[in-house]
Design a protein around this ligand. Sequence first.
Ligand SMILES: [Zn+2]
Length: 257
Amino acid sequence: VELLDKLDDIYGRATNRALRLKAYRPAVVETATPIVSFTFDDVPDTALTAGAKILEAHGARGSFYIAGSLAGVVEPKRRLIDLDGCRDLAARGHEIGCHTFSHRAVRRMGPGTLDRDLDRNADYLAQIDGKRVRRNFAFPYNAGSLQALRTLRSRYRTCRAGGEKINRGEIDLAFLNGVEIRQPEESALALTARIDEVAREPGWLVFFTHDISDDPTDYGCRPQTLDRLVAYAIEKGCTVETVDAALDRLGITGDAA
Ligand SMILES: [Zn+2]
């Protein structure tokens, strides 16, 4: 099993590399104003109670990528929000995005399975905000898939991965770059350098993280750190807004061609 996991990991990395060789859904980011988006995956309850609150205190909103199967799930260091938590986020003006229903790597689902999974999550998300719209999507584990390109294109405005890059010039809506906010805390705080970069040469910086807790998992950060990053982005003249709002500002429709 360990060997298979290793092989699968290698295959996953190769897939992501192949996806980065060219833009499958090219778009151009042209902006005089630097843009920063804060996004949250899964979503742990502290992303709502602390994360959303911090953004709101700065007059900003975030994007929350929800996987229906994780609703109310309790893990050792986190509890995932349920329908009520999601409805709270939507009512407060945050964006609800799709993160698959099952939270399996997309490339591990066959076409039929993937379609059923995405339909199921669309139903779940519609229960949150009543919307049947082209949402934004984030890959579970930031793991892309070549065979899912068409399916994802027909359903979503953008698909966010990792990559640690700022979206600038020609970008790929099929594999939007994300910069991770995670442990150790010093590295999370040092992400002000990425904000300096986007302020210096305007583009679109999309952060992603998970829990916002005084005792964060490896994949989250402390409330003071998130607060510092949001405040710093605003200080530096960045517009802090959701992925959906940033696309509108940039004039990128994300329509399926
Ligand atoms: Zn996830």
